[in-house]
Design a protein around this ligand. Structure first.
Ligand code: ATP
Ligand code: MG
Length: 428
């Protein structure tokens, strides 16, 4: 034992790329969650909660083998029996799995879900990029119309304005469908074959296997190389072109400003037709605050019926950085501080604090033998607007002092029904 005592304990720090969200920050996070949930529910969305781990195969099959996420960002490991499992890098695949597994389409294929929670990607940590980060997701199943695409983008942009986010821009594009995408793919392949030397090693490999991915590469030389790449919009089949036109007209009718961005392909393979990203000028390099799109083939690919779907994911961490709201706007302060002097008063303070707390009044007390002065200091520090002062003398006389910290006025309050008196005394 002695040896052990002599070894100084080493402080254990959190894992690189992970972070704590502390009191002082959580108030803002919770406010955003509430605003999002309430807005989404007004649009008919229901909350779904899915596990943070899934079989690796689910992500490999849905997100796609040649994507950054599956190639190099997933936390994948064998469990004790050797089955490969992965900490979810995104939520859509799990929601689709759940929709299929529980046959949620059986009674009504049209379902709208939202979920909020942590995602895990082993990326290089930097500002706005973490290894555990949070997303707010919304997904709609069973509607193939471009009108719902417009409604979803409308809802997303309105969430941003409710959260006082300015400086955002909706970028939209279409990725076509299995009918027209092969033509685009061929055009991109041909274009890329003249650019091989300018591409990074990943993109050189991708340009034959999955050439669209090259458009999404973040390496500056690759971005440069694809500036004049052919546009998918020139290769859309009539149905996909009409879908995209309806989306644009609907967004205009809904007064949602947008830009068409032919380079937007996004980092997941399952997208078809509409894709979109919300970009902001306020985040530096990590400028995407939300992304989404239509994934009409995914339910079928994962073993379900042929049901279209569309969804988006908001980067919650990045959202907290660009909202005009501050955590301090939501900080909770005590309504009253009970300064108790002496054993008997402290015991009474416990009773009153509990009774007040139970009635929704935030009462704090010190539970200690400190002087009145230091208790008043603490009340000040906590920014309590009222202090209830109680000592043996007050207990004997059956009345305590209630001090208004702003006006410095003190009134004597009878001990009977102190809770009611406090409640009536403009506390709540
Ligand atoms: P990026 O282009 O920034 O890598 P992405 O295309 O990989 O983003 P999506 O998979 O579309 O991101 O996820 C949706 C949103 O989640 C992004 O727009 C972003 O705001 C946020 N996000 C993605 N990865 C991270 C991360 N590692 N840390 C914090 N937020 C992230
Ligand atoms: Mg990424």
């Amino acid at each position: 034992m002695k040896d052990r005592e002599e070894i100084p304990y080493k402080m254990i720090q959190l894992i690189r790329g992970f972070k704590d969200i502390l009191p002082g920050e959580t108030e803002l996070w919770r406010h955003i969650e509430k605003v999002a949930a309430s807005l989404f529910e007004d649009f008919g969305f229901k909350e779904i909660r899915i596990p943070v781990m899934e079989k690796t195969e689910l992500f490999a099959r849905s997100i796609g083998e040649d994507t950054d996420i599956v190639e190099k960002e997933m936390y994948t490991f064998p469990d004790r029996k050797g089955d490969l499992i992965t900490l979810r890098p995104e939520a859509t695949a799990s929601i689709v799995r759940s929709y299929i597994q529980h046959k949620l389409y059986a009674s009504d294929p049209v379902r709208k879900f939202y979920t909020i929670g942590p995602m895990f990607r082993r990326e290089r940590p930097q500002k706005g990029r973490y290894r555990q980060f949070y997303q707010i997701n919304a997904e709609v199943f069973g509607v193939g119309s471009a009108y719902i695409d417009a409604q979803l983008i409308f809802m997303l942009m309105n969430l941003f304005s409710r959260l006082s986010v300015t400086d955002t821009e909706a970028h939209i594009n279409s990725l076509g469908c299995p009918v027209c995408r092969p033509n685009f793919r061929t055009a991109i392949s041909e274009f890329l074959s003249s650019k091989t030397d300018a591409l990074c090693a990943d993109c050189q490999r991708r340009s034959s296997r999955n050439p669209l991915r090259v458009l999404d590469c973040k390496v500056p030389t690759c971005r440069e190389a694809v500036t004049d790449a052919p546009s998918v919009l020139e290769h859309l089949c009539p149905e996909c072109a009409e879908h995209f036109d309806i989306l644009k007209t609907s967004l205009k009718n809904l007064d949602v400003p947008f830009v068409t961005d032919k380079r937007l392909v996004r980092g997941l393979d399952y997208y078809t037709r509409t894709t979109f990203e919300i970009q902001t000028g306020s985040l530096g390099a990590q400028n995407a605050v939300a992304g989404g799109g239509r994934y009409d083939g995914l339910v079928k690919t994962l073993g379900g019926p042929d049901i279209p779907a569309i969804g988006f994911a908001i980067g919650f961490d990045r959202l907290t950085e660009i909202t005009g709201l501050k955590a301090s706007d939501f900080e909770q302060k005590p309504d009253v501080f009970i300064a108790a002097l002496g054993e008997k008063s402290q015991s009474k303070a416990l009773e009153w604090a509990c009774a007040l707390n139970m009635q929704g009044i935030k009462a704090e007390t010190a539970f200690g033998d400190s002087s009145l002065k230091s208790q008043m200091k603490r009340a000040d520090k906590l920014a309590a607007p009222y202090v209830l002062i109680v000592g043996d003398k007050e207990l004997e006389e059956g009345a305590v002092l209630l001090r208004n910290m702003a006006t410095k006025e003190q009134v004597s309050v009878p001990l009977d029904n102190i809770v009611e008196t406090l409640k009536a005394n403009s506390l709540k």
